[in-house]
Design a protein around this ligand. Structure first.
Ligand code: IYR
Length: 238
Protein backbone atom coordinates (compact mmCIF):
# COMPACT_ATOMS: atom_id res chain seq x y z
CA UNK A 1 0.00 0.00 0.00
CA UNK A 2 1.22 3.51 -0.80
CA UNK A 3 1.21 6.02 2.00
CA UNK A 4 1.27 9.75 1.52
CA UNK A 5 4.18 11.45 3.23
CA UNK A 6 2.12 14.27 4.70
CA UNK A 7 -0.76 12.85 6.63
CA UNK A 8 -0.06 9.12 6.63
CA UNK A 9 -3.40 8.21 5.11
CA UNK A 10 -3.30 5.30 2.67
CA UNK A 11 -3.41 6.38 -0.98
CA UNK A 12 -5.97 5.10 -3.45
CA UNK A 13 -5.91 4.94 -7.27
CA UNK A 14 -7.44 8.40 -7.75
CA UNK A 15 -4.74 10.05 -5.66
CA UNK A 16 -1.23 11.21 -6.39
CA UNK A 17 1.58 13.09 -4.75
CA UNK A 18 2.48 16.51 -6.10
CA UNK A 19 5.85 17.59 -4.72
CA UNK A 20 5.24 15.11 -1.93
CA UNK A 21 1.79 16.48 -1.08
CA UNK A 22 -1.27 14.28 -1.50
CA UNK A 23 -3.87 15.36 -4.08
CA UNK A 24 -7.12 13.65 -4.98
CA UNK A 25 -8.81 13.67 -8.35
CA UNK A 26 -11.79 16.02 -8.38
CA UNK A 27 -14.59 15.10 -10.73
CA UNK A 28 -17.86 16.98 -10.72
CA UNK A 29 -20.96 16.36 -12.73
CA UNK A 30 -21.42 19.11 -15.34
CA UNK A 31 -24.65 20.26 -16.96
CA UNK A 32 -25.47 21.71 -20.35
CA UNK A 33 -26.28 25.42 -20.46
CA UNK A 34 -30.07 25.07 -20.37
CA UNK A 35 -29.99 22.79 -17.35
CA UNK A 36 -27.39 24.97 -15.64
CA UNK A 37 -29.59 28.03 -16.18
CA UNK A 38 -32.60 26.20 -14.82
CA UNK A 39 -30.69 25.03 -11.75
CA UNK A 40 -29.38 28.56 -11.18
CA UNK A 41 -32.87 30.02 -11.40
CA UNK A 42 -34.26 27.37 -9.07
CA UNK A 43 -31.50 27.98 -6.55
CA UNK A 44 -31.96 31.72 -6.70
CA UNK A 45 -35.72 31.32 -6.20
CA UNK A 46 -34.96 29.14 -3.21
CA UNK A 47 -32.46 31.54 -1.64
CA UNK A 48 -34.70 34.50 -2.37
CA UNK A 49 -37.05 33.11 0.30
CA UNK A 50 -34.48 33.49 3.06
CA UNK A 51 -35.43 36.09 5.60
CA UNK A 52 -34.11 37.09 8.96
CA UNK A 53 -36.76 36.01 11.45
CA UNK A 54 -36.98 37.36 14.99
CA UNK A 55 -40.07 35.52 16.21
CA UNK A 56 -39.52 31.87 16.94
CA UNK A 57 -41.73 28.99 18.04
CA UNK A 58 -40.41 27.13 21.07
CA UNK A 59 -40.72 23.84 19.16
CA UNK A 60 -37.62 21.68 19.61
CA UNK A 61 -35.33 20.49 16.82
CA UNK A 62 -33.51 17.14 16.98
CA UNK A 63 -29.83 17.75 17.66
CA UNK A 64 -28.75 15.52 14.76
CA UNK A 65 -30.24 18.13 12.40
CA UNK A 66 -28.11 20.84 13.98
CA UNK A 67 -25.10 18.52 13.61
CA UNK A 68 -25.68 18.29 9.86
CA UNK A 69 -26.16 22.04 9.47
CA UNK A 70 -22.85 22.63 11.21
CA UNK A 71 -21.09 20.07 9.03
CA UNK A 72 -22.38 22.01 6.01
CA UNK A 73 -21.14 25.30 7.50
CA UNK A 74 -17.75 23.72 7.96
CA UNK A 75 -17.48 22.94 4.24
CA UNK A 76 -16.78 26.64 3.66
CA UNK A 77 -13.39 27.57 2.24
CA UNK A 78 -10.94 29.02 4.74
CA UNK A 79 -7.47 30.59 4.70
CA UNK A 80 -4.88 27.77 4.48
CA UNK A 81 -7.77 25.40 5.25
CA UNK A 82 -7.43 26.24 8.93
CA UNK A 83 -11.22 26.16 9.43
CA UNK A 84 -10.87 28.84 12.10
CA UNK A 85 -14.31 28.44 13.63
CA UNK A 86 -16.06 26.94 16.63
CA UNK A 87 -19.83 26.63 16.71
CA UNK A 88 -21.18 26.61 20.26
CA UNK A 89 -24.66 25.12 20.34
CA UNK A 90 -26.71 26.33 23.29
CA UNK A 91 -29.89 24.46 24.21
CA UNK A 92 -29.78 24.69 28.03
CA UNK A 93 -32.59 27.09 29.06
CA UNK A 94 -30.57 28.48 31.99
CA UNK A 95 -27.65 29.35 29.75
CA UNK A 96 -29.97 30.85 27.15
CA UNK A 97 -31.48 33.02 29.89
CA UNK A 98 -28.03 34.17 30.99
CA UNK A 99 -27.12 35.00 27.39
CA UNK A 100 -30.37 36.92 26.96
CA UNK A 101 -29.83 38.93 30.12
CA UNK A 102 -26.24 39.80 29.22
CA UNK A 103 -27.15 40.64 25.62
CA UNK A 104 -30.06 42.84 26.66
CA UNK A 105 -27.85 44.73 29.11
CA UNK A 106 -25.44 45.60 26.27
CA UNK A 107 -28.19 46.24 23.75
CA UNK A 108 -30.06 48.58 26.10
CA UNK A 109 -26.90 50.59 26.50
CA UNK A 110 -26.35 50.56 22.72
CA UNK A 111 -29.86 51.64 21.80
CA UNK A 112 -29.95 54.30 24.52
CA UNK A 113 -26.52 55.84 24.06
CA UNK A 114 -23.97 54.03 21.90
CA UNK A 115 -25.68 53.95 18.49
CA UNK A 116 -25.68 57.07 16.33
CA UNK A 117 -28.86 58.82 15.21
CA UNK A 118 -28.16 57.71 11.63
CA UNK A 119 -27.76 54.14 12.75
CA UNK A 120 -31.01 54.14 14.72
CA UNK A 121 -32.68 55.75 11.73
CA UNK A 122 -31.34 53.08 9.35
CA UNK A 123 -32.69 50.20 11.42
CA UNK A 124 -36.09 51.79 12.14
CA UNK A 125 -37.76 49.81 9.32
CA UNK A 126 -36.71 46.61 11.10
CA UNK A 127 -38.49 47.68 14.30
CA UNK A 128 -35.90 46.09 16.58
CA UNK A 129 -35.23 47.23 20.12
CA UNK A 130 -33.01 46.19 23.02
CA UNK A 131 -35.30 43.37 24.09
CA UNK A 132 -34.25 39.98 22.76
CA UNK A 133 -36.85 37.34 23.76
CA UNK A 134 -35.71 35.13 20.85
CA UNK A 135 -32.56 34.38 22.82
CA UNK A 136 -34.72 32.30 25.15
CA UNK A 137 -37.50 31.17 22.84
CA UNK A 138 -35.46 29.73 19.94
CA UNK A 139 -34.64 26.07 20.67
CA UNK A 140 -30.96 26.55 19.84
CA UNK A 141 -28.55 29.45 19.83
CA UNK A 142 -25.52 28.85 17.67
CA UNK A 143 -22.77 31.10 18.92
CA UNK A 144 -20.06 31.30 16.28
CA UNK A 145 -16.52 31.98 17.43
CA UNK A 146 -13.61 32.88 15.18
CA UNK A 147 -10.20 31.52 16.04
CA UNK A 148 -7.71 34.34 15.72
CA UNK A 149 -4.88 31.85 16.14
CA UNK A 150 -4.31 28.20 16.97
CA UNK A 151 -2.67 27.06 20.15
CA UNK A 152 -0.06 24.43 19.23
CA UNK A 153 0.48 21.33 21.40
CA UNK A 154 3.62 23.08 22.79
CA UNK A 155 1.37 26.07 23.78
CA UNK A 156 2.92 28.34 21.13
CA UNK A 157 0.56 30.44 18.97
CA UNK A 158 0.16 30.05 15.23
CA UNK A 159 -1.87 32.72 13.49
CA UNK A 160 -4.81 31.98 11.20
CA UNK A 161 -5.41 33.76 7.91
CA UNK A 162 -8.39 35.68 6.53
CA UNK A 163 -10.27 34.76 9.66
CA UNK A 164 -13.20 37.16 9.19
CA UNK A 165 -13.64 36.16 5.55
CA UNK A 166 -13.46 32.47 6.42
CA UNK A 167 -15.88 32.58 9.34
CA UNK A 168 -18.23 34.89 7.41
CA UNK A 169 -18.34 32.35 4.60
CA UNK A 170 -19.03 29.51 7.07
CA UNK A 171 -21.91 31.51 8.54
CA UNK A 172 -23.28 32.10 5.02
CA UNK A 173 -23.16 28.39 4.32
CA UNK A 174 -24.86 27.77 7.65
CA UNK A 175 -27.70 30.18 6.84
CA UNK A 176 -28.22 28.49 3.45
CA UNK A 177 -28.28 25.06 5.15
CA UNK A 178 -30.80 26.32 7.71
CA UNK A 179 -33.08 27.60 4.93
CA UNK A 180 -32.69 24.34 3.02
CA UNK A 181 -33.73 22.37 6.12
CA UNK A 182 -36.93 24.41 6.40
CA UNK A 183 -35.85 26.32 9.48
CA UNK A 184 -35.31 30.01 10.13
CA UNK A 185 -32.54 32.00 11.75
CA UNK A 186 -31.41 35.42 12.79
CA UNK A 187 -27.93 36.87 12.44
CA UNK A 188 -27.68 38.64 15.74
CA UNK A 189 -24.74 40.83 16.71
CA UNK A 190 -25.11 42.02 20.29
CA UNK A 191 -22.42 44.57 20.81
CA UNK A 192 -19.98 44.26 22.47
CA UNK A 193 -20.05 40.47 22.45
CA UNK A 194 -17.29 39.54 24.90
CA UNK A 195 -19.85 38.36 27.46
CA UNK A 196 -20.29 35.30 25.22
CA UNK A 197 -16.65 34.25 25.71
CA UNK A 198 -17.15 34.38 29.46
CA UNK A 199 -20.53 32.65 29.64
CA UNK A 200 -19.39 29.88 27.30
CA UNK A 201 -15.92 29.70 28.86
CA UNK A 202 -14.17 29.88 25.49
CA UNK A 203 -10.37 29.73 25.26
CA UNK A 204 -8.33 32.90 24.73
CA UNK A 205 -7.77 32.30 20.99
CA UNK A 206 -11.50 32.45 20.24
CA UNK A 207 -13.54 35.62 19.73
CA UNK A 208 -17.32 35.81 19.36
CA UNK A 209 -18.32 36.44 15.75
CA UNK A 210 -22.09 35.99 15.36
CA UNK A 211 -24.99 34.71 17.42
CA UNK A 212 -27.46 32.72 15.35
CA UNK A 213 -30.74 31.70 17.00
CA UNK A 214 -32.32 28.92 14.97
CA UNK A 215 -35.76 27.31 15.03
CA UNK A 216 -39.21 27.28 13.53
CA UNK A 217 -40.92 30.59 12.90
CA UNK A 218 -43.64 31.56 15.39
CA UNK A 219 -47.22 30.65 14.43
CA UNK A 220 -47.86 34.10 12.96
CA UNK A 221 -44.67 35.74 11.77
CA UNK A 222 -44.17 39.04 10.06
CA UNK A 223 -40.91 40.23 8.57
CA UNK A 224 -40.16 43.72 7.29
CA UNK A 225 -41.31 44.26 3.71
CA UNK A 226 -37.96 44.64 1.99
CA UNK A 227 -36.81 44.39 -1.59
CA UNK A 228 -33.39 43.33 -2.78
CA UNK A 229 -31.17 45.31 -5.09
CA UNK A 230 -31.57 44.66 -8.80
CA UNK A 231 -28.78 42.95 -10.74
CA UNK A 232 -27.74 46.27 -12.32
CA UNK A 233 -27.23 47.70 -8.83
CA UNK A 234 -25.03 44.90 -7.55
CA UNK A 235 -23.06 43.77 -10.57
CA UNK A 236 -20.77 45.36 -13.12
CA UNK A 237 -19.75 43.28 -16.12
CA UNK A 238 -16.51 44.17 -17.93
N1 IYR B 1 -27.38 44.87 17.23
C1 IYR B 1 -28.65 45.52 17.50
C2 IYR B 1 -28.96 46.62 16.53
C3 IYR B 1 -29.08 46.24 15.12
C4 IYR B 1 -28.11 46.62 14.22
C5 IYR B 1 -28.21 46.34 12.90
I1 IYR B 1 -26.80 46.99 11.63
C6 IYR B 1 -29.31 45.61 12.42
O1 IYR B 1 -29.40 45.29 11.08
C7 IYR B 1 -30.30 45.23 13.30
C8 IYR B 1 -30.18 45.54 14.65
C9 IYR B 1 -29.77 44.50 17.58
O2 IYR B 1 -29.54 43.33 17.35
O3 IYR B 1 -30.89 44.88 17.89
Amino acid sequence: MMWSTQNRLPMTSNEKLINGFPFVQYNRETYDDAIMLDRSIQFHNWMEERRTVRDFADRPIPQEIIDQLLLTASTAPSGAHKQPWTFCVVKDPRLKKEIREAAEKEEKESYESRMSEDWLDDIKPLQTDWQKPFLEVAPYLIVVFKKAYEIQPDRSKRTNYYVNESVGLACGFLLAAILHAGLVALTHTPSPMNFLSKLLKRPENERPFLLIPIGYPAQETYVPKLSRKKLEEIAVYY
